[in-house]
Design a protein around this ligand. Structure first.
Ligand SMILES: [Zn+2]
Length: 67
């Protein structure tokens, strides 16, 4: 299997579009894959949604404390 964008051989395609396979670099360049920072941000939002509002924060925000 080769990358449809740069024709490099692929062990396993990072993204498939129709019958074309793309490597991780090309998939990211063609915005078929979100960059790691964006994926992490999406995960962060999802984990925040599950917060238990009945439980106190384990880590208190020190910056918000009055001096
Ligand atoms: Zn490629």
């Amino acid at each position: 299997m080769i990358c449809a964008n740069c024709n490099r051989p692929l062990k396993s395609p990072a993204a498939m579009l129709w019958r074309m396979a793309f490597g991780p670099t090309c998939a990211r360049k063609l915005s078929l894959l979100a960059p790691p920072a964006v994926r992490h941000a999406a995960w962060d939002v999802r984990s925040r949604e599950r917060r238990d509002t009945q439980t106190m924060d384990l880590f208190v925000d020190l910056a918000a404390e009055p001096k």
